[in-house]
Design a protein around this ligand. Structure first.
Ligand code: UTP
Length: 475
C-alpha cells in the first residue's frame, strides 16, 4: 500500500515529508498504525508553534513596568478574620452537601526527576504505612464524601503511557473505596528537532510524542469516552457538578475540596481560583501570580526576570510574593467555554533530551537537549477568567511536593514534613510528641485520612496526655 497522496502532499506543504522516509521498510500493520498517528497531528497549529517557539523564540518576559502585585485573601490573623473564614466555609460545605463538587487529579506527567519505575501516584510515600500518593488522595475524598453525605467523584488524568497501569493499580485496590472514579487520557504533541523544527521519529513507525502538559486537562475532559460515551464534562454536568477542585499528584498535603477555599471561590462567583503561598526567596522555583497590565497571570519561575523577582516593598517583603502551588478551583461552565471556544491556552516550549531515529535508522540517545516539546499550562486559564480569587495558604501545612529522588522535594523531605504535621495535629488534640531541638519529629508519624482529616477531627479520638515517643500510625 502506498501512503495516501493527500497526506503526502500535506506533509510536504508543512515541510515534514521526512516522516515517511522509512515507509518501504514497514509491514502493513505498522504502516496502518503509523498513518493514523501521522494523520492525527494538527500541522497548521504545529507550524505556528515551530515558527514562534523554535525558529524565532519570541521573548515571553513582560516589561517590568507592566508587572504589579495581585490581590490575595491573606491568611486570617485575628479572631474576627478567623471567624469570617469559618463563616465562608459554610458556603463550601453546603455546596459539597449538594454534591456540586468534583475532583480532578492530574497524573499524566512522566516524573522524570523522581526516576521512579511506575506512575508517580503509585509511589509509597506514607512515612509509616508506605501508603501511596494515590491511596492518600483517594482516602481524603472518601473521608470528605462521608463527612458531607454525598460521593465526591474523582477524575484522574493519565497519559497514553501510564493510563493502563494506573487503571490497574486502582482496580487492584478496589478504587480505595471511592464511589465514582474515572480516568481520562490527556493528549500528546510531537517533539521537534530544536534546530530544524522537523518532527522527530522514535522508531521507523512512530512519532516521538509527549504529553501536552497539565493544560491539556481542559481538552481531555471535553473528549468523548473511548467507548463513545459522554465526555467527563457531560458526565459532570449530568451529575449536577458545578465546581471542580484541581490538584497535582505529587503533593500529599493538599486539602482536597477545602470548604473555606470553596466558599471564597463561590462567594466571589469566581471562574478560577488559586491557592498561593508566600515565596521564601526571590529565586524559589514556583510560578508567581502577578498582574500584567492589570490582568492577573502566572509567570513561570524560569521566565521571571531577577529585577522583578527581587522587587521589595518598603518593609522588605517581596512584592511579587504569591507563589502558585497548582491547587485550583474552576467553574465548570468556564472550563467548557475554554474547551469549545476560539481562545485556547498558549503553548510553552521545553527544550529536552529526546531519543530519536537517526539518519542510519538507529535510535540516538542524545547527550545534550536536542528537541523542543510543546506544553500547555493550566494556570494560563487565569487571564481568561472574568472573576477569580487568590487565597493564601500556609506552606508548612499544605505544600510539600514529591519531585526529586534526593535533596529538596524528595521522599525524605516529604515524609519528614508529613510526620511533623501529624505530630502537630496530635499535640493540638492533647498529646505530647517527642521532638528534636530543631522542632522536627525524630520518627515517622502518620494518620490515615480515614482516621482524621485534620487536628479537629483527631480531638476526642485520642486519649488526652498520650505520649508519642516512637513511630505511630493511626489507620
Ligand atoms: P511536573 O511538571 O512536576 O512534571 O508535573 P512531572 O512529570 O511530575 O515530573 P518531571 O518534571 O518529569 O520530573 C506537575 C503535575 O502535573 C502533571 C504531573 O503528573 C504532576 O501531577 N502533569 C504534568 C500532567 O498530568 N501532564 C503533563 O503533561 C505534565
Amino acid at each position: 500500500m502506498a501512503p495516501d497522496p493527500t497526506l503526502v502532499a500535506k506533509l510536504s506543504r508543512h515541510d515534514q515529508e521526512g516522516l515517511l522516509r522509512w515507509w518501504s521498510d514497514l509491514d502493513e500493520p505498522a504502516r496502518t498504525s503509523f498513518l493514523s498517528q501521522v494523520a492525527s497531528v494538527d500541522y497548521d497549529r504545529l507550524d505556528v508553534l515551530i515558527q514562534s517557539l523554535v525558529h524565532h523564540d519570541e521573548p515571553t518576559a513582560p516589561r517590568p513596568d507592566q508587572v504589579g502585585a495581585v490581590d490575595v485573601y491573606r491568611l486570617p490573623q485575628t479572631d474576627g478574620e478567623r471567624s469570617a473564614r469559618r463563616h465562608v466555609a459554610d458556603l463550601g460545605q453546603e455546596s459539597l452537601s449538594r454534591g456540586e463538587v468534583a475532583v480532578i487529579l492530574v497524573a499524566g506527567g512522566s516524573g522524570t526527576r523522581l526516576g521512579f519505575d511506575g506512575p508517580k501516584g503509585t509511589y509509597p510515600i506514607g512515612p509509616v504505612s508506605g501508603a501511596t500518593l494515590f491511596q492518600i488522595h483517594a482516602e481524603k475524598i472518601v473521608a470528605m464524601s462521608r463527612r458531607f453525605g454525598r460521593p465526591i467523584p474523582l477524575y484522574v488524568m493519565t497519559s497514553p503511557e501510564n493510563n493502563d497501569v494506573t487503571q490497574k493499580f486502582f482496580d487492584d485496590h478496589d478504587h480505595f473505596g471511592l464511589k465514582h472514579l474515572r480516568l481520562f487520557v490527556q493528549g500528546q504533541m510531537p517533539a521537534v528537532d530544536r534546530e530544524s523544527g522537523k518532527i522527530l521519529l522514535s522508531s521507523k513507525s512512530s512519532l516521538a510524542l509527549s504529553p501536552d502538559g497539565h493544560g491539556g486537562t481542559i481538552a481531555a475532559l471535553n473528549e468523548p469516552a473511548s467507548d463513545g460515551g459522554p465526555s467527563c464534562f457531560d458526565e459532570m454536568a449530568a451529575r449536577g457538578v458545578k465546581t471542580l477542585f484541581y490538584f497535582q499528584v505529587d503533593n500529599p498535603l493538599v486539602k482536597i475540596a477545602d470548604p473555606a477555599f470553596l466558599g471564597l471561590h463561590l462567594q466571589a462567583r469566581a471562574e478560577m481560583s488559586f491557592k498561593v503561598i508566600e515565596k521564601i526567596a526571590p529565586d524559589e522555583k514556583v510560578g508567581v501570580v502577578v498582574t500584567i497590565d492589570g490582568k492577573p497571570q502566572v509567570i513561570e519561575y524560569s521566565d521571571l526576570p531577577a529585577e522583578l523577582a527581587e522587587r521589595r516593598e518598603p518593609d522588605g517583603r517581596l512584592q511579587l510574593w504569591a507563589g502558585s502551588i497548582a491547587i485550583h478551583l474552576f467553574n465548570l461552565g468556564f472550563l467548557r467555554r475554554l474547551a469549545s471556544g476560539d481562545i485556547r491556552l498558549p503553548f510553552h516550549k521545553a527544550v529536552k533530551k529526546v531519543p530519536y531515529l537517526g539518519d542510519d535508522g538507529q535510535v540516538v540517545a542524545p547527550t545534550l537537549p536536542n528537541a523542543v516539546k510543546f506544553e500547555q499550562f493550566i494556570f494560563d486559564a487565569l487571564p481568561l477568567a472574568e472573576r477569580w480569587t487568590l487565597v493564601e495558604t500556609d506552606r508548612a501545612n499544605e505544600f510539600e511536593p514529591l519531585k526529586n529522588a534526593t535533596g529538596p522535594d524528595s521522599p525524605a523531605t516529604v515524609r519528614q514534613r508529613m510526620s511533623d504535621n501529624f505530630g502537630e495535629w496530635l499535640e493540638t488534640a492533647g498529646a505530647r510528641v517527642t521532638r528534636r531541638s530543631d522542632g522536627s519529629v525524630p520518627f515517622g508519624i502518620e494518620i490515615s485520612p480515614l482516621y482524621a482529616l485534620n487536628a479537629g477531627e483527631l480531638k476526642g479520638k485520642i486519649t488526652p496526655g498520650l505520649r508519642v515517643e516512637s513511630s505511630l500510625y493511626l489507620p
